[in-house]
Design a protein around this ligand. Structure first.
Ligand code: GLV
Length: 378
């Protein structure tokens, strides 16, 4: 991977190696994708102060995330279907995260199950939960996460209804894949991907198979998702989850100050400022636009994490400068996974780590704690 110098290179390789339906599922967003683009564009608008002749020989990315030491301020975001980007994708991404010294979050909509991942890695990982209509199933899922010793629960709060992703419909995105001639041609041109997925433990939703009828069958992903997700969900359900889950709780998908204030009252340890990577409310502000006022409102009461548009160490620095304590990356590591499995995710970490170290050096800072809005040009 010598010629891979940035996340975009991993993206291009992912696109070549993985069938179009799965690449697009990760890469694209909802409706006109305005919010998807704004996430990256607004980050790119933020300019740094270049500082010179500061001793930057002791740069160190170490920090804490939810009270635990981390080698850098990054978390792998929950992403569904990793096992369709690469056979056993969830296990490989988790291993790469643990080797890099940062948390991995397993999605409810993963291919490998909680137990598959727990049996294949050394340390605890985080589990992400969607609250579905069947509360008995949700309670059982939380109990499985407790039994697997997951070290945090990330509750997704911005997916009561599903934003339409045009490309998934056009691609006939289903799990397992719906066989059309163009798909067969596409798959046939990606033999390494096919071999990897065939060697993998599973080819359907590992956490759900056996519990909810139909998901081990050819089911349209968007229809299935829409039918299971609960439009009646309220803050009361967060209390209910708090009563079952004894560990650290993270609320992911907050973009509004009033919601952040409400989140602070739940006793959750952290929130993630996020618009679901531009996959939900198209026309919502970018995550970076929403971040500063949320930090002002509740940053003293809970840990503020950031998600949305991070494609470089420079972007991590921008989010930290505006008050985030750490950043989640989604697409940035999925590109790595699709491009090269565990080594590809490790490459994502290498790229972002080096970019962040160099950016810190050129801005004259040595530690993560020193990064605040003084590193930004006004
Ligand atoms: C699910 O969370 C998705 O964004 O596809």
């Amino acid at each position: 991977m010598k010629h891979i110098t940035c996340i975009e290179d991993l993206r291009q390789l992912h696109k070549r190696r993985v069938p179009k339906a799965f690449f697009d599922y990760a890469d694209r967003g909802s409706y006109s994708e305005d919010t998807l683009r704004a996430n990256c564009d607004d980050l790119a608008q933020i300019k740094f102060r270049q500082r010179i002749l500061v001793d930057v020989s002791k740069r160190d990315l170490a920090t804490t995330i939810l009270g635990e030491p981390a080698s850098m301020p990054l978390v792998l975001a929950p992403v569904g279907l990793l096992g369709m980007q690469h056979g056993d994708g969830e296990i490989l991404a988790c291993r790469a995260a643990q080797a890099a010294g940062v948390p991995f979050t397993l999605s409810t909509m993963s291919i490998c199950s909680i137990e598959d991942v727990a049996a294949s890695v050394d340390k605890p990982f985080w589990f992400q939960l969607y609250v579905m209509k069947d509360r008995g199933f949700i309670k059982a899922l939380i109990e499985r996460a407790i039994a697997a010793k997951c070290s945090a629960l990330v509750l997704t709060v911005d997916l009561q209804v599903l934003g339409q992703r045009h490309q998934d419909i056009k691609n006939g995105m289903t799990v397992p894949p719906e066989w059309t001639l163009s798909k067969i041609v596409d798959f046939a041109s990606k033999p390494a991907w096919v071999a990897g997925v065939l060697r993998g433990k599973r080819r359907t939703f590992g956490n759900i198979v056996g519990h909810i009828k139909g998901t081990d069958d050819i089911t349209e992903l968007s229809q299935w998702t829409a039918s299971q997700f609960d439009t009646t969900l309220t803050w009361k359900d967060v209390e209910w989850i708090r009563s079952i889950w004894p560990g650290k709780l993270v609320l992911k998908g907050i973009l509004d100050v009033e919601d952040a204030e409400q989140a602070a009252k739940t006793g959750a340890h952290a929130l993630v400022v996020s618009n679901h990577g531009g996959r939900q409310l198209d026309g919502a502000p970018s995550s970076i636009e929403a971040l500063p006022e949320i930090v002002d409102a509740v940053g003293a009461q809970m840990e503020i994490m950031f998600d949305g548009g991070i494609r470089s160490g420079q972007d991590v620095m921008r989010a930290l400068a505006l008050g985030a304590k750490s950043c989640m990356i989604g697409r940035a590591y999925v590109y790595g996974l699709g491009a090269g499995g565990e080594a590809g995710v490790a490459k994502t970490f290498d790229i972002i780590r080096n970019e962040l170290l160099i950016t810190m050096g050129l801005c004259g800072v040595n530690t993560i704690a020193e990064i605040d809005d003084h590193v930004l040009a006004v």
